[in-house]
Design a protein around this ligand. Structure first.
Ligand code: SF4
Ligand code: SF4
Length: 121
C-alpha cells in the first residue's frame, strides 16, 4: 500500500495535537518550541491545533490534495503514533473521522487475493 497520508493530511487539520512539553527542545526533545502553544500545566499542542478551526502550522499543502509535514523528523509522539487505517493491518476510527470531516472516504483494507482454484466446466 502506498502512503495514503501524502494525499490526505486531514488528521493534522482536525484534532488538537497535544503532547507532554518534555518533547519540546527546551525539555530535551525534538519539537521546536516556537511551533507549540501551552494548553495545560505540562502539556503543549502544535500551534494552530489549539482551537477550532484546527490546522497544524507544520502542515504544508491542501487537505485532500498533496500534503507534507514540514516537521516530519521533529514531530511529536502523538504524530508518530497516529497511523492511517490499515497501514499496519489495524483500523483507526480516528483516521476515518478526520477524513470524513473533509468529505474523504474511509481507507479500506487491502484486498486479499483470490487463491481459490479456477472452476472447470
Ligand atoms: S487522516 Fe488518516 S490517511 Fe489522512 S493523513 Fe491522517 S492518518 Fe493519514
Ligand atoms: S507536526 Fe506534522 S504530522 Fe504532526 S500534526 Fe503537524 S503536520 Fe501533522
Amino acid at each position: 500500500m502506498s502512503n495514503p497520508c501524502l494525499a490526505c493530511g486531514a488528521c493534522c487539520a482536525h484534532f488538537r495535537v497535544s503532547f507532554y512539553w518534555g518533547e519540546c527542545r527546551s525539555g530535551g526533545g525534538c519539537v521546536p518550541d516556537e511551533q507549540v502553544v501551552q494548553v495545560a500545566p505540562s502539556m503543549v499542542a502544535m500551534r494552530g491545533t489549539e482551537s477550532r478551526p484546527s490546522r497544524c502550522v507544520a502542515l504544508l499543502g491542501e487537505v485532500g490534495g498533496g500534503v507534507r509535514c514540514s516537521l516530519y523528523e521533529q514531530r511529536s509522539s502523538t504524530c508518530r503514533e497516529f497511523e492511517a487505517s490499515w497501514i499496519n493491518g489495524e483500523h483507526n476510527p480516528a483516521c476515518d473521522a478526520a477524513r470524513a470531516a473533509y468529505g474523504l472516504p474511509p481507507l479500506t483494507p487491502p484486498q486479499t487475493p483470490d487463491l481459490s482454484p479456477p472452476q472447470v466446466a
